[in-house]
Write a protein of this length. Structure first.
Lengths: 283, 328
């Protein structure tokens, strides 16, 4: 039982890290990025590439957010900003990108499963449970990054500028804020968080191009359940979905657990359209 | 005049399709039969997306539900009663699923991008469930050994009879869909697509309309799924999944949304190219599809249909100018 709680905590914190990138891009830019799962898995592949080139896993983890953030900024500037006023078309375009990125990954790394070694071996004794140290590190690192992100958007001048652009783009421009630069930065931050999550999770996953899709699906559940537009809500949503998945998986198979959670989420949308953790009008 | 041309062209195409089994071999007949099923599936998504503006990224899930419903009934044996049940369930199971989902989501105010994501998840999960729940669905191997569909007057036992069943149903469903888009119901859907709040304030019950069109669309998708059973004698999990769902979106985008004819063309062109080129392109085919999807959405949102009609208008303008000159 104790180990289920710890696993739930790990799943929830890493899920929050993937989902918050999605929530930032969605909530602030109104772009539904269906390629988010691929950005996540590119983070994982970055670690694999660095590690097979002789570098350490930690170097890979450090590089992944930079690589994926740069890819995100490029995608935003090159493609997506032309579609900001057509939400459904953005969806289709990012879906096309998701397919294309997946195929590029398969061509670059092969279609078979790649593995990254766990960089931190050993177990830590925690309330009488021997829990793997790396998993514990994941919980700590994800939580720290999440707090940092929340503070970045809530407490810094950059966060204030982002809010200004979201509320009134023209007025923000008139005040001297370069709104396109903000867009690109927000997109890059969202992508970088996906890349970091993928890099941190890489040692626990078998790396395959398709894995990203499952994290995309879960992240969306998290964002919808948590409520759009609230980053804190996303963290709460991750706790519900991640904790729920770990809890139900304790009793039954993971696929059934995911399906049950999905059904619950749909009913939840009917009952609380604005999400569990936000107040305000329905979308 | 253009209406007459349209009717004549439609008649010619149906006539050409009707003689296919007599003039071509087994392989081509089966291939064209499959294209027709895909065309029906594309039309069903176009009703929902092109007309009502609700994108389903998981439409293959409803196609697959229809195929599995029919397959499961026919695995147990044939006969008129079972065949009728197979057809009935193939349409009503996906339609009922859509009705419940549509009610919960649209009443909850979930439309647009959220709806697209939820349908995507449906497709992803159903494929996994069909693989996992192997005692019922046959798992990764799928269902096979279905009895032939017995319609009373004919038994669909041969490729030839399956082809004619497909042609009959697809043409019928296409005409019915076209009629539907021209009724007040169809116009109300277009109103929702172009401006939902305005449609609501004009007194249209947006939630009901969206739920109904989703139900109809998924019923049609299930019908297409049923047609797959006599043609291929095989139902498998990937039919429900994301790759299949993506294909439907690709057909509709590339063909041209909200035109019915466009998605039909899109399905045929894309799937023909897939069967002709994917062997040679191997892993690059999906890459090409992905990039093409991005390119069409960015550069030519109207798709193939808008390219063709633009060409047609240009041609007519040329001929028209000539006619004026003669009259003068």
């Amino acid at each position: 039982m104790g180990i289920t709680i710890l696993n739930g905590l790990m799943l929830a914190s890493t899920l929050a890290l993937v989902a918050i990138g999605l929530a930032i891009i969605f909530g602030l830019l109104r772009v539904v990025n269906l390629a988010h799962g691929e950005l996540f898995i590119i983070g994982g592949y970055t670690v694999f590439a660095v590690q097979s080139a002789g570098g350490s896993v930690w170097l890979g983890v450090a590089l992944a957010p930079l690589v994926v953030g740069a890819i995100g900024a490029l995608l935003d500037r090159g493609l997506l900003r032309h579609l900001y006023d057509r939400p459904l078309d953005t969806l289709v375009a990012t879906w096309g990108l998701s397919i294309a990125l997946r195929e590029i990954l398969k061509l670059a790394f092969g279609a078979d499963t790649k593995n990254v070694p766990v960089p931190l071996a050993g177990r830590v004794d925690l309330f009488g449970i021997a829990y793997p140290s790396y998993r514990l590190l994941l919980i700590g690192a994800s939580s720290a990054v999440l707090v940092g992100v929340l503070l970045l958007f809530a407490r810094t001048p950059f966060g204030a500028k982002v809010k200004a652009v979201v509320q009134n783009r023209d007025m923000a421009e008139a005040m001297g804020i370069d709104s396109h630069r903000i867009d690109a930065l927000v997109f890059a931050i969202g992508a970088a968080l996906a890349g970091l999550a993928g890099a941190l999770m890489a040692p626990l996953l078998g790396l395959r191009a398709e894995v990203g899709l499952f994290f995309l699906a879960r992240s969306f559940l998290v964002v919808i359940v948590g409520g759009v537009g609230s980053l804190l809500g996303t963290v709460g949503g991750a706790a519900v979905i991640g904790g729920g998945e770990a809890g139900i998986s304790y009793f039954t198979r993971p696929v059934l657990a995911q399906s049950l959670l999905f059904l619950l989420a749909i009913v939840l949308i009917r009952l609380r359209p604005q999400g569990l953790f936000t107040r305000g009008e329905a979308r | 005049v253009s209406r007459l041309v349209g009717t004549a062209a439609f008649g010619l195409v149906v006539l050409a399709l009707a003689v296919v089994p007599s003039v071509t071999g087994q392989h081509l007949t089966a291939l064209i039969g499959r294209f027709l099923i895909f065309a029906l599936l594309a039309v069903s998504l176009d009703l929902l997306w092109g007309y009502a503006g609700q994108l389903s990224l998981g439409h293959a899930a409803f196609f697959g539900l229809g195929a599995y419903a029919a397959g499961l009934v026919l695995v147990g044996g044939g006969g008129v009663a079972r065949s009728a049940l197979a057809i009935g369930l193939a349409v009503t199971v996906p339609a009922a699923a859509a009705l419940v989902m549509g009610y919960l989501l649209f009443r909850g105010g979930v439309g647009g991008v959220y709806f697209a994501i939820v349908t995507l998840l449906v497709s992803l999960l159903l494929e996994q469930l069909a693989i996992t729940w192997s005692g019922f669905t046959g798992g990764i191997n799928g269902l096979f050994g279905m009895a032939p569909v017995d319609l009373g007057v004919v038994t669909i036992g041969s490729l030839r009879s399956a082809y004619y069943l497909i042609l009959f149903v697809t043409v019928g469903a296409f005409l019915a869909s076209r009629w539907l888009t021209r009724t007040p119901f169809g116009r109300a859907l277009t109103a929702i697509r172009s401006h939902e709040h305005r449609a609501h304030s004009l007194g249209l019950s947006v939630v009901t309309l969206k739920t109904v069109v989703f139900t109809v669309s998924c019923g049609l998708a299930g019908l297409a799924g049923f047609l797959y059973v006599p043609l291929e004698r095989f139902v498998y999990p990937t039919q429900l999944g994301l790759v299949a769902s993506t294909s439907v979106v690709v057909w509709v985008v590339i063909g041209g949304r909200g035109t019915l004819v466009g998605p039909v063309l899109g399905a045929v062109v894309v799937e023909y190219l897939a069967s002709a080129l994917s062997g040679r392109l191997q892993g690059y085919w999906m890459l090409v599809i992905g990039l093409f999807l991005v390119a069409v959405v960015m550069l030519r949102p109207g798709g193939l249909y808008s390219v063709l009609t633009a060409g047609w208008e240009r041609g007519r303008a040329l001929v028209g100018a000539e006619g004026d000159w003669r009259r003068a």
